[in-house]
Write a protein that binds this ligand. Structure first.
Ligand code: UD1
Ligand code: PEP
Length: 429
């Protein structure tokens, strides 16, 4: 299994181009199931999750082609995917594939909406909590679907089509909002989705659905109003820049006392995280075409955060902020309110010399003077990248195992960091 090796201590300087967001690209690809015409997605990131989802969609009959694939053509602007679901050949999403990725569960609604039936394995994804799907099922039931659970599969049926209704999501859920929205656009009549997730990736999906002919109002708010249409058509859409990748490289710049321009980053997608960074003493400012993050000579101050649905501090940046806080002055309180088991990085950061006490849903990070390199193990996607951030600042060599977690969600990570002066490479084996 591959490992990543970092020799820490280099100040990162230069430009990092932000890729299209994984968490937008995946539901956008799935939206291709809703039409028999071609959906063209520009700015797609090169990620293992994208490749796996392309295979899953292929199983259902989606023809997926990638343009601009030759070396050099797509390095800055991502890839262009053309997805055409002229005919759905299979409405079953098998366990072997869905169990590896959370987002693949979102094929449930479009398959059901278009074909009147779907059989989808319960999902996998990062092991960061129990991650139930009750809200997804309640939403589809509200639109008239019959749902049954059998041998690890959700079997959903709506032979006479879905009917618009009021869907009240008891808890804010990104995935349940995606599923509810993709079902509602082809349901007969009007649907109101109340307490919808306001994450920018939900807005990106909604904008793409509108380009495909859907009628949606309230995009970006917690109440989405959908007027069902009988069919959708093809469209072209550019994937939103990745706010989690943006925040991750911002923290890498901060921990190394570096100066990085994040090209294509959009501040409004992660205001709360940028505010937290500024409170640590890091300079963050908007420049034409992106964001600059630098820390010149100042020490880092401890800051406390609590993860919350958008526009709050994102859970997908919690591990990275914790890495940054390891060398800050004072004690930082990091409270995780979204997932009950998202502190797997704590014991690995401790191997690098971090001092962190865990108290239920809160981690108390006591800043230390410096970190020292060590072998560590990636446990999930964002935990892995928190180890990269810590390794960049640690003295000596850090090796990180199980890097397949990183490849799920970070497009050419080593190359991007190496271009800014990091000593980082991948050891095959
Ligand atoms: C591919 C993708 O976009 N993944 C993101 C998505 O995951 P995902 O869509 O799985 O996360 P949700 O927003 O659904 O989860 C939020 C909370 O709701 C709970 N819940 C969710 C559904 C449900 O039916 N019942 C229920 O109780 C979850 O256990 C969790 O505690 O949003 C998360 C929260 O921003 C991010 O961390 C993930 O990176
Ligand atoms: C938790 C994440 O991904 P997934 O929902 O696919 O497990 C993530 O992107 O941080």
């Amino acid at each position: 299994m591959d490992r990543i090796r970092i020799v820490g201590g280099e100040r990162l300087k230069g430009t990092i181009r932000i890729s299209g967001a994984k968490n937008a690209a995946l539901p956008l690809m799935i939206a291709s199931l809703l039409t028999d015409e071609t959906l063209t997605l520009h700015g797609m990131p090169r990620l293992a999750d994208v490749a796996l989802l392309a295979r899953i969609l292929g199983n259902h009959g989606v023809d997926v082609t990638i343009a601009g694939k030759r070396a050099g053509q797509d390095t800055n602007d991502g890839q262009t995917y053309k997805l055409t679901a002229a005919e759905i050949v299979d409405t079953t999403a098998p366990y072997e594939m869905v169990a590896r990725m959370r987002a693949s569960f979102w094929v449930l609604a479009p398959l059901l909406a278009r074909c009147g039936e779907a059989k989808v394995s319960l999902p996998g994804g990062c092991a960061i909590g129990t991650r139930p799907v009750d809200l997804h099922l309640v939403a589809l039931e509200a639109l008239g679907a019959d749902i049954e659970l059998d041998a690890g599969y959700v079997i959903a049926k709506a032979p006479k089509g879905l009917k618009g209704n009021r869907i009240h999501l008891a808890k804010v859920s990104v995935g349940a909002t995606h599923n509810a929205l993709m079902a509602a656009v082809l349901a007969e009549g009007d649907t109101e989705i109340v307490n919808a997730a306001r994450e920018p990736e939900v807005g990106d999906l909604a904008a793409c659905l509108v380009a495909m002919g859907a009628k949606i109002e309230g995009i970006g708010t917690s109440t989405l109003q959908v007027q069902g249409v009988s069919s959708l058509h093809g469209a072209e859409h550019r994937v939103l820049p990745d706010r989690i990748e943006t925040g991750t490289y911002a923290m890498a710049a901060a921990i190394t006392g570096g100066d990085i321009f994040l090209e294509g980053a959009r501040a409004e997608l992660l205001q709360e995280a940028l505010e937290a960074l500024r409170s640590t003493g890091v300079e963050v400012y908007e420049e034409t075409g992106g964001l600059r993050v630098c820390r010149n000579g100042h020490g880092l101050e401890a800051v406390s955060v609590e993860t919350q649905p958008f526009p709050g501090f994102p859970t997908d940046l919690q591990a990275q902020l914790m890495a940054l806080m390891c060398t800050a002055k004072g004690v930082s309180e990091v409270r995780e309110t979204i997932f009950e088991n998202r502190f797997m990085h704590v014991q690995e950061l401790a191997r690098l010399g971090a001092r962190i006490d865990l108290r239920g849903d809160t981690a108390l990070v006591h800043g230390v003077n410096g970190l020292r390199g060590a072998p560590v193990m990636a446990t999930d996607l964002r935990a892995s990248v928190s180890l990269i951030i810590a390794g960049l600042a640690a003295q000596g060599e850090t090796t990180i195992g199980r890097v397949y977690h990183l490849d799920r969600g970070f497009d050419r990570l080593e190359e991007k960091l190496r271009n800014c002066g990091a000593q980082i490479d991948r050891i095959a084996g």
